[in-house]
Design a binder for this molecule. Structure first.
Ligand code: GLU
Length: 480
């Protein structure tokens, strides 16, 4: 049974790197018919926050990828202690009463090498250790890493290949802190074993922790899972992506709020550190799940390209435009509706947006672009424009006026569907001896308030006779 887990610590918002870890776990599970577990690693009470839990769920729900089982480490502390006790009972851990370190939050923060050789505590007799513990002296529980046996710890990482390290180089890491809380290493391995996780897929920053985890699995009498570590996401300057350094671009919800669609964001994240055999880029989710294997994951760090002026990687934006175009119109319209309401276009009804969506889908890259691209469909009053915009190239105000007066007359009685509008207005152009371009410029600007707008006849059809005539009348007033 293939079982994978995504195990975020709720100590910040959902980071894009974590989202990618989640997605790769999900793809691997779906590709192989396995089970996806979500486990909140929430034992660090001082650093956890409800806001962070919320941000993780917000991000994951937006991605829309479901998981099969869900756990919280804080509800499993009994299991963690039990595993620690069994390791202790087998003589593979010892109590460390060192006061300076007894309260430290984790394992390896002592002075360099301090826990490689820790004879004072490691060699304490069991009697003395029991006596001091019974007297209520606080202690951390440390793993007794094998020393002086030239023992080599090995594993094969599905991405990084053969890995090995001398046990003599691994410090005596903590399993339990002096407040009785499990460290990440202990809680993670105890849960991975208990939840029968078969593959641990996580960031490359955990590669070196794996040696400690191998020792825990062995001491707990559990078989170690397979490991696959994923290359880090870095900024263009090569530094690891972090909120402190790089700000909101590292948070998943920033992409959501900017108008990315999850299909595109998932596609983009997958291409950071993974490439399919055929080097395709635009890929729907089913294709990603079908193609995902660890062989395609690179070992080198993946660069997310952004600048101060442009927070989003051009590839992410390009993929978003592609995915928007691939959405069925009703689906696109459904996603545009809340964006347009958010922009204050309360006149945007579901029916109206359904008509507008096909006219703008080639013209937007992010959902949020739709607000600027559709203002003239929804605002009662066009935003002000320069009257000279009404004048066709190499022409003058008088000509613009003439064209609009002709259009006004024709539109007053025209059947208001785009085919009829097109043939009528083209016939008018011919009658006036005008080319289509110059003829339609004043009409387009009068109706949309700008030259760069969706196809004119479809747009007029959606706007309807009343609005078109009213706007042409306004343009004529401006022309004087
Ligand atoms: N809670 C850990 C983290 O967020 C999980 C690491 C792991 O997957 O083992 O980094």
């Amino acid at each position: 049974m293939l079982r994978v887990r995504f195990a975020p610590s709720p100590t910040g918002f959902l980071h894009v790197g974590s989202a990618r870890t989640f997605i790769f776990n999900w793809l691997y599970a779906r590709h192989n018919g396995g089970t996806m577990v979500l486990r909140l690693d929430d034992t660090d009470v001082e650093r956890n926050s409800d806001a962070s839990v919320q941000s993780i769920f917000d991000g994951l729900l937006w991605l829309g990828l479901n998981w099969d089982e869900e756990y919280k480490q804080s509800e499993r502390l009994g299991l963690h202690r039990q595993v620690a006790e069994s390791i202790f009972a087998r003589g593979l851990a010892y109590r460390d009463f060192t006061p300076a370190h007894a309260g430290e939050s984790d394992q390896s923060t002592g002075p360099q090498g301090a826990w490689l050789f820790n004879p004072g505590m490691r060699e304490l007799s069991r009697e003395e250790s029991d006596r001091r513990a019974a007297a209520g002296e606080p202690f951390a529980l440390r793993f007794r890493v094998p020393r002086g046996q030239d023992r080599v710890l090995r594993f094969t990482d599905a991405v990084y290949g053969e890995q090995s390290k001398l046990a003599d180089e691994v410090e005596d890491f903590a399993l339990l802190r002096s407040d009785g809380m499990p460290t990440y290493h202990l809680a993670s391995c105890a849960d991975d074993a208990d939840l029968k996780i078969s593959h641990i897929i996580r960031g490359q920053d955990h590669l070196s922790n794996t040696y400690k985890h191998l020792l825990i699995f062995e001491a707990a009498g559990a078989e170690a899972p397979q490991f696959a570590h994923l290359p880090l996401l870095v900024a263009p300057d090569g530094t690891k992506l972090s909120k402190r350094r790089h700000g909101p671009v590292v948070s998943v919800t920033t992409y959501r709020d900017a108008g990315f669609v999850p299909e595109a964001f998932i596609n983009f994240l997958c291409l950071l550190g993974w490439s399919p055999k055929n080097d395709r880029e635009f890929m729907p989710l089913e294709d990603l799940a079908g193609a995902f294997t660890f062989e395609g994951v690179n070992r080198s760090n993946a660069v997310v390209n952004f600048t101060e002026d442009d927070p989003f990687d051009p590839k992410a934006v390009w993929l978003n435009a592609e995915h928007l175009r691939a959405l069925p119109i009703p689906e696109l319209a459904a996603r545009l509706l809340p964006v347009l309401h958010g922009a204050g276009y309360m006149q945007a009804t579901a029916e109206k947006v359904l008509e507008v969506a096909p006219l703008i889908r080639e013209r937007i890259k992010l959902l949020n672009d739709a607000a600027a691209a559709t203002d003239f469909f929804f605002l009662a009053q066009l935003p002000p424009y320069d009257v000279n915009e009404l004048v066709p190239p190499k022409s003058d105000l008088a000509q613009a006026r003439k064209i609009l007066l002709e259009a006004q007359a024709v539109l007053a009685t025209a059947a208001f569907d785009h085919a009829a509008l097109e043939s009528l207005l083209r016939a008018t152009a011919e009658r006036l001896g005008l080319k289509a371009g110059p003829m339609f410029t004043p009409i387009r600007v009068a109706v949309c308030g700008r030259r760069n707008a969706p196809p004119l006849f479809e747009t007029m059809h959606v706007l309807g006779r009343e609005v078109c005539l009213q706007r042409i009348a306004e343009a004529l007033t401006r022309l004087g």
